[in-house]
Write a new protein. Structure first.
Length: 363
């Protein structure tokens, strides 16, 4: 390990966002990683580049060796303005938290690749898709080290881009999800989905599954969908209307500090996602003692292990049968809760940050 002090630049554009709908998985990973990194490393200087100011309280939580540098405008940020600023600052290492790097780079680059889900079921705007593809390819081909969140994603990157400088580091679980909290009080038992409402989350299949569950059990249940409606799948409202679920399905954007109550109060967390490199909500649910039912694709099996029920995300009958089993078999539900709580203990933000710190020193 080198003893000399380094200046480490970080693309923190995603940490400075103000729109709550944009504070999803990448935001959660970035914020928790930086908080733990600040506890581990008091020596190096971290320069957080963003186009919107990061909240002072958040900067303070990272540590005194973290400094926010505002670079504007946001249009042409990576290609022009961030590159110009980095020419001046001359950092030793650049951490690309948002899957994109500046065109100018005379320093070592460590890139976080969160996913390759660039299909039409992820984003509706073809220009956004093409930009993501281009940025990701440039990022992967010009990085000295790459960090991914699952073996499934590592394999996907290796097969597509023929690179092998990849470390698999699993994200952790925030303390808010493993602490004590009450239950969300609801007169009607409910299933819970947490995540964005874009097409790749496969909400239409979840709605069809829920409808089949209601018809089979003839019981009174609700489905709560909590997540960003940015890039919302236009089929969602159509299917709710078609299946007459208007009084059964509810949309809300639950703040992080209140999420544990919703997880703990739910019959189960259900997510038949088509593309999931990791699946933080699965981990959050397990840490709160909520049974999980979901897709057997991507990185989800690495997160859930044998603690939940994972099936083909397009098989509505298998999904509905799983929901029925969790409702009717108390021993199964109790077993899933116990296994989920134990499983969640294996994931730590401190461990994640320490491993990233090792990668920083290795380059």
């Amino acid at each position: 390990m080198q003893s000399s002090k380094k200046n480490i630049a970080i693309d923190a554009g995603g940490v400075g966002v103000k729109d709550e709908r944009l504070k999803g998985g990448i935001y959660t990973i970035s914020v928790n990683f930086l908080k733990e990194l600040g506890k581990i490393d008091k020596k190096n200087t971290y320069l957080l580049y963003s186009f919107d100011p990061i909240e002072e309280s958040l900067i303070h939580s990272f540590g005194s060796n973290f400094k926010n540098i505002i670079v504007r405008p946001s249009r042409g940020w990576n290609k022009i303005w961030l590159s110009l600023r980095l020419r001046m600052d001359k950092p030793d290492v650049f951490l690309a938290l948002n899957q994109t790097i500046p065109t100018y780079h005379s320093f070592k680059i460590i890139s976080f690749i969160h996913g390759l889900d660039f299909g039409k079921d992820s984003y509706s705007n073809p220009k956004i898709l093409q930009k993501l593809r281009n940025n990701t390819e440039y990022c992967i081909k010009n990085s000295d080290a790459i960090i991914t969140v699952s073996k499934a994603l590592r394999n996907e990157i290796e097969n597509k881009y023929k690179v092998n400088n990849i470390s698999v580091l699993h994200p952790g679980i925030s303390p808010v999800f493993s602490g004590e909290s009450g239950f969300y009080q609801c007169d009607t038992p409910y299933f819970l989905f947490v995540g964005s409402l874009k097409s790749s989350k496969n909400i239409p299949t979840l709605l069809e599954t829920f409808s089949l569950f209601l018809k089979t059990t003839r019981e009174q249940y609700q489905l709560i969908l909590s997540g960003s409606d940015k890039e919302k799948d236009e089929k969602i409202d159509q299917i709710i209307e078609k299946l007459n679920l208007n009084e059964k399905v509810f949309f809300t954007l639950i703040e992080n500090e209140n999420l544990p109550k919703y997880y703990k109060g739910a019959v189960a967390f259900v997510s038949p996602s088509l593309h999931e490199s990791f699946g933080l909500p699965f981990l959050e649910a397990m840490a709160c003692g909520c049974p999980v039912i979901g897709s057997n694709r991507g990185g989800i099996p690495e997160v859930v292990g044998d603690a939940g029920i994972l099936v083909d995300p397009l098989d509505t009958k298998a999904l509905a049968d799983s929901m029925i089993r969790v409702v009717e078999d108390k021993k199964l539900r109790d077993r899933m809760i116990k296994k989920g709580l134990e499983r969640a203990k294996k994931f730590s933000w401190e461990s994640f940050a320490r491993q990233v710190y090792e990668v920083i020193n290795s380059v």
